[in-house]
Design a protein. Structure first.
Lengths: 126, 126
DNA sequence: TCCAGTGTATTATTCGATCTAATACACTAG
DNA sequence: CTAGTGTATTAGATCGAATAATACACTGGA
């Protein structure tokens, strides 16, 4: 059994789904810093995917700073990366702009958007 | 000259960039309801794209309710589509979840996220 | 009526990303 | 030494997207 759940949707590359599922699992504390991360071969077996596809997901998560690779040993979950507020805002700029434009185009108010975000935030715990 | 600006990025299909650019232009009031929308052939000429690619963008915008087609005449910008609050929230569910997970994974607080969204919101006017 | 300008449909081809497949290699713990 | 790691390489299959060249139905105006 894997320490996270992947939901595959048509139109979205499987390796991207894995990346998102792992990020969500970390947020939900299903994966904690220091936890061992399943091997590429284990992943490919559990998810019925090619090892290369899983390797691509692991590489992306490593580049994003969520996983740390111990050569020859395995992969573990990292401490949360430390970024300055400026870096954090910049990293989310595009996603925020897309969401805001989409929201205003649909006639959603700023209050409604804040409310919807707060709800999702709380649904992930604490 | 087109009534909106498209920013092409590698990795994103050009027709999706057009769709987003038009949505943003409507939000910015650069495109108002009733305004004539450039023809497919005009678009392809100005953007140096194949007519079929522009046609795909027009079709997507029509399906989204932003444009209205007058057969044989041309295309005009629609009135803002009316959706119930429930429909609006549902339409943004995935984008919001992705943003919230990404934010929490990066260690951003709910307050910081609200602040960043408010800033982007105001940068689009009124 | 005729014609130019609309949106739209069709068919075919090219291109790139993705996923799969089968190996191979360097590393580390036991 | 061996089994289990991550990683790299090469190749092929598949799919979506973009391009290309036409063709058609519709509408407004000359």
């Amino acid at each position: 059994m894997l320490p996270f759940t992947v939901h595959f949707r048509s139109g979205v590359p499987p390796y991207e789904e894995i990346v998102f599922a792992v990020k969500k699992a970390v947020v939900l504390r299903q994966l904690k810093p220091g936890d061992p991360f399943p091997s590429v071969r284990k992943l490919s077996q559990e998810l019925s995917l090619n090892p290369n596809t899983c390797q691509k997901a692991v590489a992306a998560l490593t580049a994003a700073g969520l996983l740390e690779v111990r050569p020859g040993v395995g992969t573990v979950v990292c401490e949360r990366p430390v970024l300055s507020p400026k870096e954090r805002s910049a990293a989310l700029r595009e996603a925020i702009e897309a969401l805001v434009v989409e929201s205003r185009q649909m006639g959603i108010t700023l209050s409604e958007l804040h409310e919807a975000i707060s709800e999702h935030w709380k649904s992930l715990g604490e």
